[in-house]
Every structure is written in structure tokens, then in C-alpha cells.
Write a protein that binds this ligand. Sequence first.
Ligand code: KIV
Ligand code: NA
Length: 261
Amino acid sequence: KIKVRVQNILEMKKNSKRISSITCYDATFARMIETTEIDVVLVGDSLGNVIQGKKSTIDVSINDIAYHISCVSSSLKTPLLVGDMPFLSSGISRAETAHNAGILLQAGAEAVKIEGASSEICEQIHFLTRHGIPVMGHIGLMPQSVHALSGYRIQGKNEHDKMRLLTEAQKLQSAGCFAVVLELIMPQTAKEISESLEIPTIGIGSGNFCDGNILVLQDMLGMNKQFKPKFLKHYLQLEDSITQALQEYCDDVRNAKSELI
Ligand code: KIV
Ligand code: NA
């Protein structure tokens, strides 16, 4: 298998090859992902929800992300490994952003992902990319800004929002991003952004016209039955399978039934 690098991700868009991406937070899943053709693996700050049980991603620290990158990187060779920059680890100052991105690269990430496209963020992304740190952008629904966005709502609905998102995507491309995540953006808007950019777009809940897609691993495996937004396909019903297996084990222990224990 050929190692996926930033250059390959850029070439995939030119060759009309769609980019498959998934999140991962541990070595067991990393080992399984390594056997597939997934192109990009993100250690996302969604680990705040999936691993830490929080209501938002705001509590996740740079060291939390670094720890999970180190868990994943030992078992992952082929896909490009991207580390998420958590709440306030970027955007304050160039120096802090560079320092924090450095922590993620030293933990084993090959690129970082940053939410937002303010002038400060874009300037800092430009600084990182000039200094050899590949950056993936992220616009649309930005979970770290959930309070400012007044909830987890679809973005780019009216003409004004659509124009703003198109401009933000252009700014991120100019800042040197090699790709940009489009989260929960109206499909038509996501399509126009994707067509207007040279760098690939990676959608989540943004329709079928992006250059690739990303899902949260535990969500797409159906490990949380309650969590089923419209865009999310449950490829397995793992919550049911796992709880059934645990109950079966519990019964075996109680009845001293299985020869295996
Ligand atoms: O944290 C995350 O998992 C993400 C992806 C859903 C894009 O940011
Ligand atoms: Na994230």
C-alpha cells in the first residue's frame, strides 16, 4: 500500500478521485482502518463527545488530542494522519498556534485542522504552511463556536451566508490550506464552494458534491443509536450488537454456563 501524503490529496481532486476520511481515537480502530482504503484519518476534537462524554468540544485540550494521536499513530501507516486543533489552541496568536501545532506533529500528526477563517486564523494558517506544517481548513458548522452559532444548525442557507462561505473558502485556499472541511453546509452551497476551489473539499452533512467526505467513526458504526442526524448513515448497529454480547456474557457468568470462562 502506498502512503497517502498531502500531495496525493491535492492530486486526487485533479484526477477526480474522491477522498474518503474517517475519525479515529485509538489503536484498535486504527489497526482496522489500516486494512481499508481510507485516505485520511482525523483525530478530531469530536473525541470530547465520543470519548470524554462531554456535550461540546470546548473542554478538549491540546494534550488530549496529542495523547489520542499517539494512540492512533502507532497502528496507522498508510492514511494521512490529521490532528484537530482544539478550542482556543489557535486564533489567539501566531506563536501559540505554531507551538500547539508543533505538539500535534510531535505526537505523530502529519497535518493539523483548524476551525474558522477570520483574518487572524488565515494569517496564522499562512504562517504554519510557510513553515512546513500542512493545514486543513474547516468552515460551515464549527462545533467550537456552537454558542456563537446558536446551536448545531445547517449553514449557508441564505444568499449572504452563502457568499460569506465562498469567500472564507477562498481565503483558506490562499492561506495555503491543502483541503477544507465543509460541515453541515447546504448541498448547493457546498457544491459551488467545491467547484470554485483548486484544493479539495471534505464534506460532512453537506451533500454529495464535495470532493470527499468524513464521518465520526463511532457514529457511522451505530454505536450511539440516539444520535442519528439526517445525513448520517449507520453502516452497522453496533450499539445493539455490543449490548447483546455483554448481556450474554453477563448471563453466562451468572449461570456458570460457558466452558470458556
Ligand atoms: O472533530 C471532528 O471529528 C471533526 C470532523 C467531523 C470534521 O472536526
Ligand atoms: Na473537530
